[in-house]
Design a protein around this ligand. Sequence first.
Ligand SMILES: Nc1ncnc2c1ncn2[C@@H]1O[C@H](COP(=O)(O)OP(=O)(O)OP(=O)(O)O)[C@@H](O)[C@H]1O
Length: 370
Amino acid sequence: MIEVSCGLVRPRFVLDASFKAPNGCVALFGPSGSGKTTIVRLLAGLERPERGRIVVGGRTLVDTEARIDVPIHKRRVGLVFQDGQLLPHLSVQQNLDYGRSFAPRDAGIAPFDAVVDLLGIGHLLKARPATLSGGERQRVSIGRALLAAPRLLVMDEPLASLDTARKLEILPFVERLRDELALPIVYVSHAVEEVARLATTVVRLSEGRVVAEGSPGDVIGASVRDAGDASFPTLSFVSAKVVRERPEFSVVILSHPAGEIVLPGSTLRQGDLVRVAIAATNVALAVEEPRGISVRTRLRGRILRVEEGPGPSVHVVVELTGGDRIVASLTRLAVADLDIAEGRDVFALVKAVTIDENAVATFRRDRNAG
Ligand SMILES: Nc1ncnc2c1ncn2[C@@H]1O[C@H](COP(=O)(O)OP(=O)(O)OP(=O)(O)O)[C@@H](O)[C@H]1O
């Protein structure tokens, strides 16, 4: 469990944030200046709250009333920032050793080979940071943080400086930390697709306060419409299992009670349980089964409600056969022409190529499913 309840006042900013999240990956999400990095600094001990408490895994790091303030080097909080911050004059091996030197004696010998293996950096040990790609540098900085035997890993925009291909290279490693090492992670990001993929709990911040807290589906999914952040896309989350791999087309086929889902991607394997984030703008509706159409993903469902608004488009919420909801963004003209209304049976159509691979969460262990 990660519990934060902190207040502090700066000249133009007031933080008054509380959340309680089970172990897993807790994403701090919100617009610029909402207080994400401030919470990171409080967790790491780089800053002190004026009042409040921070408890991680039953260990109190801060309690202003009880005058507890565990010093930085005893917190066992590993930090990974956007720009890796490796020591340039040292090799990868020496950078990793430097991280290991922070591991407390009673933490036992950090499993160096296991960390190197987990992050796939064994072939880089002799290299200098300047000769690594951005993705490799981030893997090394994650390794350095892990070797200090942290009890909590805090990642502040760790992928922000990487392109899509490099992000796809790192995300599976972060998933392994979450699932295989069961290391609690606090993850800061602006990118909704990263949050959709990694988070087990999302804490949404606005102006120093927690405005929503819960599962990704609840906080950034279909059930909660935009709470004042216009740049925030409406996403739906659909969970399904990979039943077939079609490597010749670089796609996999998922089975959902409402129909098959085709996903681009080469890293998913048969049997994987995945949670796919689908943007409402990428969903179309058909009132009868379409034929002779290129869209492969055609999910059966029934319209739950039509969320009227003043603009040209509306959100139509569809309850899929067998569970999960999907939101389609349609013009009001289409809604009128097709007589789209509550209770009507429809097919939700999703073009596979519109699904962002970065937003597909894979759960190889059932405890994180859902
Ligand atoms: N050292 C400081 N002194 C005074 N104000 C600060 C300081 N650091 C940050 N702030 C202010 O605190 C507020 C919250 O900043 P914070 O960095 O936590 O936001 P954030 O959500 O991480 O934003 P971003 O996504 O842009 O990184 C901002 O208004 C910022 O200007």
